[in-house]
Structure formats: structure tokens, C-alpha cells
Design a protein around this ligand. Structure first.
Ligand code: BGC
Length: 378
């Protein structure tokens, strides 16, 4: 009898200890590295960041791509909410910038030309006559140096890259650092820093495609709120005309949360040019501090995301060029408007618009910008 009691006591103790170790494991922030594949004869890795709530963000140092990002629905179920591929090879072969860091210049520069201090620079053109997202081999297609970073309350990945003088036509050696940090509050912070040895345009952002249904349908039912009284109308090649147009009375008014699909097909010249939304919104109250400027809510799952940024603009692209020709993760076919992209940045084509806030970084200055995506459900 005594012996049995001892066995029972020891078993109970084991159970308690096991439980403690599982809980501690779950409560810690972790980062795990694994090989993702080979590119240009070099190894690219995939880093898995996990927080105490169980949110997972996977990032590869190829293009700084966010490959996986899980977010909770209203039943606490975490599901991958970003578009992308399972293998590195697919990213290398054909990716519409899924999850990637965009640079040296986010979005378009008209005809790939700009003049700085009297010198005309010619950039690579890769989007009809225009330069898009840094050119033929932008920051989304290079290998970054990666270093895990950890604090008591966050886990992250620091990525660095030297963009050489003349790369894609840009002047100056640009040292770039992007730090992704995941907190226990389900926030993913992106902090971008850069310095240069010659004046150059810089406009960095991230190009994640979100779908809070977990890619079960398109994003037209997602409700979007943007703190912007004005947007930038474009010409037929998606270059801003230079006007800052009031959103009032247009399908570009998201000052009240509105379904993306509510007005996307109305007869409107700007929507025709973009084949939907593919425009930059001028964020209100821009003072270079990080503040809440946008949110997206998906009613069937209850998932939402809040976007905090210190940037002057956000390019909202409603996945208009997705056409079902790409089978992504788990073979899911990305049909028309299956993802929405929210690129916090300065305005497209700023080097050719003196009335836009300057995007020129000079030697001795430090480019610094922060955007935070915070995920939750209601
Ligand atoms: C641009 C779109 C472009 C897309 C590429 C967006 O940021 O605004 O015009 O087609 O990126 O996937």
C-alpha cells in the first residue's frame, strides 16, 4: 500500500514537472533557423519566430521575405494569413514580390529617370517604360546577412545589405538594415535604417499580401479604414500626376471602415488605370511619429490588423494582377484579388515631383522609418 502511494506521488510529481516544462516552452519567445535552399551558389535560410501566444512569423534572408505569418481568429485559431510559396525556388523563379523587402525605391519612378544636383540618372526599367520596386534585381531578390536578435519581450531578425554604387542605376553605396521584431502582443515591427556615401533616393517598404480568411476567398469582404483625406491620382502607367486629390465623394474614401469590394467595380477612371486599387494614400497628420493610420477587419473570421507607421503614405494594392496563374503555399491558387498589399512609404515617383516630401538621403544623414502590424480578432 505504502509502495503504491509512493508510485502515485512520484507519478503526480512527474506530471506537474512535465506540465511546467511545456508551459515554459510555450511562454518563451523562440527563433529557429533552417536551410531554405540555394540561390546564386549561396545558402538561403528560413528563420521561424514564435511568440508566447503561439504566433509564428517565418522570414527568409532571400529578399527579407515574410514567408509565413499566423494570426488568431475570434476562436483563438492561428492561421497563415500571407500569400507566398513553400519553396525558395518558386520565389526565385516567379514572385510578384510576395512578402519581400522593397528597395532601393518602393513603387514607380517615371521612365526610370530622375535628376539630382544637375545630373540625370537612368535606372533599370522593368515595368513597361517605368522603374518599379528597385528595378530588375531589387532588394527583394538579393541575399541579406541575417542575425537573430532577442530581448526579454521580443524576438527578431536583423537583416543587412550593401547596395553598391550604380546598382540598378542608383548613385551611392547604400548600407541598409531592416529589423523585424515579433512581440508577445502579436505585433510585427519593421524598422528600416540606411546610410549612403552619395545623395540617392531611398524608399523602403514591405510587400506582404494579406488575406485574413486564410486564402479561402478573395479580399473584397475585408473592411479597410485609412486615415487619409487625400490620395494620389495616377496616369495610365500608374505614375502619380502630382495632384493630391481629396477622397471625399470618391471610391477612395476609406475614412469610415468600408469593404474593399463595395466600390471597386464602379465606373471610375482612377480605378480603371489601377484595374482596382493601386494607389498611394496621403496619410493625415504626418509628423514622423509612429501612429495608428490604417486597419483591416475580416468579418467572417474576426481577424483584424492595425497598422502603425511614421510614413507619409501607404500604397494600397488590391491584388488586381493576381489572375489564378500562381499556385502558392499548399497549392492554393491565388485568384483575382486574393491578397491585399499595404506598403507604407513615401510617395511614388517623388524624385520627379518637387511638391512631394523629399526621398533623397544625403551622406551624413540616417534614413530611419518604422511600421508595426498588430494582429488580433474581435
Ligand atoms: C504595385 C503594383 C504592382 C505590384 C506588383 C504593387 O506595389 O503598386 O502596380 O503590380 O506591386 O506585384
Amino acid at each position: 500500500m505504502k509502495f503504491l502511494r509512493w508510485i502515485l506521488a512520484i507519478s503526480l510529481l512527474c506530471l506537474v514537472l512535465l506540465n511546467i516544462s511545456c508551459t515554459t516552452e510555450h511562454k518563451t519567445l523562440t527563433i529557429k533557423k533552417e536551410k531554405f535552399g540555394m540561390v546564386d551558389g549561396k545558402q538561403a535560410d528560413l528563420y521561424t519566430l514564435t511568440n508566447a501566444k503561439g504566433m509564428v512569423v517565418k522570414i527568409t534572408n532571400y529578399g527579407g521575405i515574410i514567408q509565413t505569418l499566423t494570426a488568431p481568429d475570434r476562436n483563438g485559431r492561428y492561421e497563415d494569413v500571407v500569400l507566398g510559396y513553400d519553396s525558395l525556388e518558386q520565389y526565385v523563379n516567379n514572385s510578384p514580390y510576395f512578402g519581400a523587402i522593397i528597395g532601393r525605391y518602393g513603387n514607380r519612378i517615371a521612365r526610370g529617370r530622375f535628376t539630382l544636383n544637375g545630373v540625370e540618372y537612368k535606372l533599370a526599367t522593368n515595368n513597361g517604360v517605368n522603374h518599379l520596386h528597385g528595378g530588375i534585381k531589387g532588394f527583394d531578390k538579393v541575399l541579406w546577412q541575417a542575425k537573430p536578435v532577442k530581448t526579454d519581450s521580443t524576438v527578431g531578425l536583423e537583416l543587412t545589405y550593401l547596395s553598391k554604387d550604380g546598382e540598378e542605376g542608383y548613385p551611392g553605396n547604400l548600407n541598409v538594415k531592416v529589423v523585424y521584431t515579433l512581440s508577445n502582443e502579436n505585433e510585427l515591427k519593421m524598422e528600416y535604417t540606411a546610410t549612403t556615401d552619395k545623395p540617392t533616393p531611398v524608399n523602403l517598404t514591405n510587400h506582404s499580401y494579406f488575406n485574413f480568411t486564410g486564402c479561402k476567398t478573395d479580399v473584397l469582404n475585408h473592411q479597410l479604414w485609412i486615415n487619409a483625406d487625400r490620395f494620389l491620382p495616377v496616369d495610365s502607367t500608374l505614375i502619380p500626376t502630382g495632384e493630391l486629390r481629396p477622397v471625399e465623394g470618391t471610391p477612395f474614401d476609406f475614412r469610415q471602415p468600408t469593404a474593399i469590394g463595395a466600390r471597386i467595380n464602379v465606373d471610375d477612371e482612377q480605378l480603371k488605370f489601377g484595374e482596382g486599387y493601386d494607389h498611394c494614400w496621403v496619410l493625415n497628420d504626418w509628423d514622423r511619429t509612429v501612429k495608428l493610420q490604417l486597419s483591416v477587419y475580416e468579418p467572417t473570421t474576426g481577424r483584424f490588423m492595425e497598422m502603425f507607421t511614421d510614413q507619409s503614405g501607404v500604397q494600397f494594392y488590391s491584388g488586381n494582377f493576381l489572375d489564378g496563374s500562381i499556385a502558392g503555399k499548399k497549392g492554393i491558387v491565388y485568384k483575382h484579388r486574393y491578397g491585399l498589399v499595404l506598403e507604407t512609404q513615401h510617395f511614388p515617383d517623388s524624385p520627379n515631383h518637387p511638391n512631394f516630401p523629399s526621398t533623397i538621403l544625403k551622406p551624413g544623414e540616417t534614413y530611419h522609418t518604422v511600421t508595426v502590424f498588430k494582429f488580433g480578432s474581435k
